[in-house]
Design a binder for this molecule. Structure first.
Ligand SMILES: *Cc1c(COP(=O)(O)O)cnc(C)c1O
Length: 363
């Protein structure tokens, strides 16, 4: 361990995480030994967490946001499924026997974990030609046992945004005397979408819950995910009594958790919202367009980037050569090269990458 060094970011092109903002790093160190899992004991970090939730609410069109800083998008998505399941169980006149969740096939794999842990059925439905949830397919799949419909706002593979308002309508009309929830997974896209024309947030549609992660484009340290809910009752549906703590109930999935993520999220958002994030979004978008054009010019089939994420079909030997040269790249499930233009992915980095593409193509 003594000689181990952390991954340096100079050739990391596939990660959805990035180097934290300096203020986020500093705040993380200061709050490392706090535990927001016990807010009555660790009061100052609990106050900081309330500020983060309020700030995330402001970013997402929800002035009175309820929620907390989760360990990541996975926990937030599990909690969204759990809250919808619990509220249906406790509030519907005919509780579902086997609750189901309807989501596009582009949904993040964390929902598979959620379904497995919570005993709900995950129904994934096809996407359209542009990788967005196919509304007819969603409509055909919801039924009287559907507790949750999921829309992705910034999909992991192609950066696509599902038609959120239409999905909300489908969710809320699903049952006869009950109402399925609409969850928006903006884990990655949430810090970019405020600077676009997309309809994705609580003000644009009757969204019930949302995942939005400060530890991705928010430039906070890991772990800092975000879970937001429109209603207090949704958070209450997650709470259990906590006999031995100073606090009396806990809605999070984790128990003890680091205050580092919470404090770093607050510091990053204070430093960057909104101008710093807007600037970063514009730079990253320009980089993604530059890379998409560079790859298209070389004859590769490119999926037009909508958010700063580029997917392109390149031959297997080229992909392997790039990996061997130290580029940290990944593939979509269809096999395309996937490059996420996170803040550490500069234009200079991309120039060096394309130079390697050229030299390995001609080799
Ligand atoms: C990254 C991501 C997740 C999972 O978040 P973790 O922080 O890795 O747990 C969920 N949904 C989407 C859309 C993501 O991009």
């Amino acid at each position: 361990m003594q000689r181990a060094v952390p991954q340096d970011f100079s050739r990391v092109l596939s990660s959805m995480c990035t180097e934290p903002h300096p203020a986020a790093r500093e705040a993380a160190v200061r709050f490392l030994a706090t535990n927001p899992g016990d807010p009555a004991t660790y009061q100052s970090v609990a106050e900081v967490e309330r500020e983060v939730v309020a700030a995330l609410g402001e970013m997402t069109g929800l002035p009175d946001a309820h929620g907390y800083v989760a360990s990541g998008g996975t926990e937030a998505n599990v909690q969204a499924v759990r809250a919808a399941r619990n509220r249906a169980r406790d509030e519907w006149s005919t509780p579902p026997e086997t609750p189901n969740v309807v989501a596009p096939e582009s949904v993040h794999f964390s929902f598979r974990k959620a379904a497995d842990v919570l005993g709900v059925e995950l129904r994934t439905v096809p996407v359209d030609d542009d990788y967005r949830a196919d509304l007819d397919a969603v409509r055909a799949s919801v039924d009287s046992e559907t507790v949750l419909v999921v829309g992705v706002a910034g999909s992991t593979e192609y950066g696509r945004v599902d038609p959120i308002p239409e999905l909300a309508t489908i969710a809320h009309d699903a049952g006869v005397d009950n109402r399925a929830f609409l969850h928006v997974d903006a884990a990655w896209g949430g810090f970019a979408l405020p600077f676009t024309d997309h309809a994705w947030n609580f003000a644009h549609a009757d969204v019930d819950t949302m995942t939005i992660d400060p530890h991705k484009m928010g430039q906070a340290v890991v772990p800092a995910g975000g879970f937001l809910a429109r209603d207090r009752a949704t958070l209450d549906a997650l709470a259990v009594d906590t006999p031995y703590l100073e606090s009396t109930s806990q809605a999070t999935l984790t128990g003890t958790r680091s205050g580092a993520g919470v404090a770093s999220a607050a510091a990053a958002m204070e430093a960057l919202w909104p101008d710093g994030y807007r600037e970063q979004f514009e730079v990253s978008t320009a980089s993604a367009e530059w890379l998409a054009n560079a790859l298209a010019d070389r004859g590769f089939a490119v999926v037009d980037p909508e958010l700063p994420l580029v997917a392109a079909s390149i031959p297997d030997p080229l992909f392997d050569a790039l990996r061997d040269a130290g580029w940290r790249i990944s593939r979509t499930s269809a096999g395309e090269l996937r490059v996420v233009c996170m803040p550490h992915v500069t234009r200079e980095t991309l120039r060096r990458f394309v130079a390697d593409v050229d030299s390995f193509s001609s080799a």
